[in-house]
Design a protein around this ligand. Sequence first.
Ligand SMILES: Cc1cc2nc3c(=O)[nH]c(=O)nc-3n(C[C@H](O)[C@H](O)[C@H](O)COP(=O)(O)OP(=O)(O)OC[C@H]3O[C@@H](n4cnc5c(N)ncnc54)[C@H](O)[C@@H]3O)c2cc1C
Length: 481
Amino acid sequence: MSETPTTILTGEPEADAARERMRLSFDLDVDICVVGAGLAGLTAALECARLGASVAVLEGRHIGWNASGHQLGTVTPGFGLPLDKLIDRVGFESSRELWALSKEGAECVRANAREDVIPGIGLTEGTLEVSNVDVGDQLIGRLQMLNEDFETEVEGWQVERVRDQLKTDRYFHGVYYPKAFQIDGRKYLFGLAALARRAGVRIFEDTPVVSIDPSGIRKRIVTPSARLRANHIVLAGNVHLGAPMRRLSETLLPVWRYAGLSVPLGARLDDVITFKGSVTDTDGVDHFRVVDGSRLMWASPETTWAGRPQRFASAIQRRIRTVFPKLGTVEIAEVWGGAVGQTVHGMPQIGQLRRGLWVASGFGRQGLNVSAMAGQLIARGILWGDERWRAFSPFELVWAGGPTGRAAGYVAGLWGRGSSGVAGAFARHRERARARERIREARLAEANRQAGTRPRRPPPDRSGPARPPLPEIQRSGGEGG
Ligand SMILES: Cc1cc2nc3c(=O)[nH]c(=O)nc-3n(C[C@H](O)[C@H](O)[C@H](O)COP(=O)(O)OP(=O)(O)OC[C@H]3O[C@@H](n4cnc5c(N)ncnc54)[C@H](O)[C@@H]3O)c2cc1C
């Protein structure tokens, strides 16, 4: 009977120093067994242990093997599903409740991501969401709703302010979240594992769960070399859960997302990007930020099959050149990727499937705050009988369509990206047309002035209704996120 150390190292100094890697090779009895050592599993385990439970985490590969070890560390409130769609789906009051939970998730990450707890975590404040189309008038309503109804501090940025900080004509207005933040994503994950261990969690790697029997009070979990018994099982295996509950895996559409890190770009980067936080666009295509002073970290390409990340270096290069032509061709030093689990309804899967069998998955691209929230809700559900996880009951498990669904999802994704690209091109075309019109009017006025004639009425603007300027709103509303 032993905990068998394995010798594989990740090459990540902070990761290797922080842990001994153990495979489970003996039978074990615990209060709670968590399947999967990603962000969701580790947070659930940590929160359960903090509340006094004995917890084992079983990880089929190694900590952070998939998306959790390859994310960009941006922590914003909310979910993958846009707020207006959330309101359509569950109504205003339920959306407010869900949104407040998502902010608690962000605050949970913030509480763990302290420099004295996880050295080098590098938390910095403020993220920016930029619009690819010129819809400033619609933004005003959104800003008011976020500030007043959803108690989230936001600022509306005029086009000029956005373009002052991001030198590109592809972005129009922006929504700045001063209380959203970014951290070193990998350090956070391994810091979370270290915190969990310190709280008494036993983490076993290279220990895939091959089957579970969730009937009865003491549930049984089978791995290739050991059996566990636990009162509660938390399934946090994301898209790779597989055999233990294949039907659950099939409710997720796996989407591989790839990111790259440029070589140091020196002053040419300062000339083009002065915003220091994370930037995401409203179409969900690009997500980037400056790291280490002068390197660009950029996530963009997606597939519904697992590809070799290196293959996507040139696609990332092309995206950077498209958005910031002044940067030219940027050399990419490193590329990585991971599979996120996308649900059909766009909201995460959080809750109790049957007595003692819990699920925490389907976080899509917004895994940091939402998985933290899920971990807290599940731990409190198990140990305190807190039923707030029921706020997610409207979002049932819906079959994602198997391989056909993947293909359809890919085509729909391409179409969505294509159509948002077209909308962006139209917006830029309208903007150029308006600029040409303004120059023409100025020339006409000047010619009239020199000729001493009264200026003619300017022709009607056919480029769309006149829009009021976007006010700079900055209203504090609660703790923010
Ligand atoms: C490039 C990229 C950038 C991203 N950037 C951000 C960002 O900036 N901010 C943000 O909030 N989110 C971001 N995300 C999304 C985020 O990474 C995910 O939503 C999150 O990591 C999902 O965590 P998870 O624990 O559910 O899943 P995973 O990370 O997939 O972890 C699940 C674990 O379970 C294990 N497992 C599965 N089945 C079994 C089994 N049967 N037995 C044992 N173990 C099993 C797997 O090996 C895996 O390690 C990004 C994702 C990518 C790919």
